[in-house]
Design a protein around this ligand. Structure first.
Ligand SMILES: C[C@](O)(CO)[C@H](O)COP(=O)(O)OP(=O)(O)OC[C@H]1O[C@@H](n2ccc(N)nc2=O)[C@H](O)[C@@H]1O
Ligand SMILES: Nc1ncnc2c1ncn2[C@@H]1O[C@H](COP(=O)(O)OP(=O)(O)OP(=O)(O)O)[C@@H](O)[C@H]1O
Length: 342
């Protein structure tokens, strides 16, 4: 977690110095293993979800927007109104940005509302998103922004919640929201929110192929149910766990697995060509990230020679560029830490 706090005087009646602007940097994720069990009664699926945080970051800035009318201290009642005074976004491509909602349906706004409601100490805020994580790309961009907004508002409002409370609120907001608070590499169970760090001493190099299209997470899970009506209970892959513990990139490449991949390919068949292109160019492993459509290629890591990794990376990037299938190609390292206040 990286949080950036600027200090200043709080409005004209106060002499107390407080943070009036806080920026939090938050990473994207790729799923090294996504094992999906049968559908549950609540509409979710039990998962074994190995999250891996990568160096592709959004930055979320929250600013005090002034006191709420009628409450001199600017605080909000637990059931009271919206705290969102404005939301802006920039960064990334225009087509990605156009899919980011700028109203209270934004997950970052939802996080601010939830924290304000839970603590009774919320104040109106303006939120700015600097987006580099692909939107609706299976890299948990909206969830990352929600996690960052929780941390930023906690700092801005001085609510001082501990990690346990933040993780609990994150899990209420979505299945992927808790992980960016931790970062690193962790296995998520339940619907993905019950987290346990995984022993992973290695550092890996990744290439991501971004699609011009988005995929709805719910639609991909529904397609999974259609294709796999008898899904077994999910289990952690021992091959993956051993590869991570040994920091063995070739073994990790072979162990990458995503049960949602077949469903994502069924909804967006061109992804198969993207995966084959990167694999044929020498990637150690290739898979759809989460619910897609971003495709992830492992190009090296561990104690491999840096020039060998760079050569593989260049070959994969060149092949993907030549294919004309991708909107954008980005390179990143993993794992990296979770949210940081800048
Ligand atoms: C595919 C992953 O990105 C892998 O990390 C996550 O499981 C999805 O996490 P998310 O985007 O935070 O998803 P949520 O906002 O919690 O749920 C969106 C929708 O995805 C489906 N969903 C999500 C998580 C889960 N364990 N089972 C599900 O069936 C449900 O239809 C749900 O209505
Ligand atoms: N802060 C946000 N950033 C991006 N999208 C958001 C945000 N808040 C709400 N959304 C909505 O959520 C949808 C999914 O966006 P998101 O980028 O989180 O998808 P994703 O990366 O596929 O998610 P996941 O990997 O967690 O399934 C978007 O299409 C958009 O309408």
């Amino acid at each position: 977690m990286c949080v950036h706090a600027r200090r200043g005087f709080l409005y004209d009646w106060g002499l107390v110095t407080v943070d009036t602007t806080v920026t939090v940097r938050v990473p994207a994720k790729v799923n090294l293993q996504l094992a999906v069990g049968p559908g549950r009664e609540d509409g979710f699926h039990d998962l074994v979800n190995v999250f891996h945080a990568v160096s592709l970051f959004d930055e979320v800035t929250v600013r005090e927007a002034g006191p709420r009318s009628g409450r001199p201290d600017g605080s909000t009642s637990p059931d009271g109104g919206t705290l969102l005074a404005g939301l802006t976004a920039d960064g990334g491509s225009a087509s990605h940005l156009s899919r980011v909602p700028l109203d209270s349906s934004n997950l970052a706004a939802g996080a601010a509302e939830l924290l304000g409601r839970e603590t009774g100490r919320g104040r109106p805020v303006r939120i700015h998103l600097d987006k580099n994580i692909p939107v609706a790309g299976g890299m948990a961009g909206g969830s990352a922004d929600a996690a960052a907004a929780l941390v930023a508002c906690d700092r801005l409002w001085g609510t001082g919640l501990g990690r346990g409370d933040l993780l609990r609120l994150a899990a209420e907001l979505g299945s992927d929201v808790a992980f960016p608070l931790l970062g690193g590499t962790a296995v998520g169970r339940g619907r993905g929110e019950i987290l346990e760090p995984v022993d992973s001493p290695g550092r890996y190099r990744w290439v991501f192929a971004l699609s011009p299209h988005g995929l709805s997470t719910g639609a991909v899970f529904a397609e999974y149910d259609r294709l796999r009506p008898d899904a077994p209970a999910p289990e952690l892959s021992t091959a993956l766990r051993d590869a991570l513990a040994a920091a063995d990139p070739a073994a990790l490449g072979r162990a990458l697995a995503n049960d949602l991949q077949e469903a994502a390919l069924s909804l967006l068949p061109e992804l198969e060509r993207t995966l084959k292109t990167g694999s044929a160019a020498g990637a150690l492993g290739a898979l759809v990230s989460g619910s897609g459509p971003t495709c992830a290629f492992l190009v090296g890591g561990g104690d491999e020679d840096a020039s060998a990794v760079a050569g593989r990376e260049a070959a994969v990037v060149a092949a993907l560029e030549a294919s004309g299938l991708c909107e954008q190609i980005v390179r990143a390292d993993g794992d990296v830490p979770g949210t940081v206040v800048l």
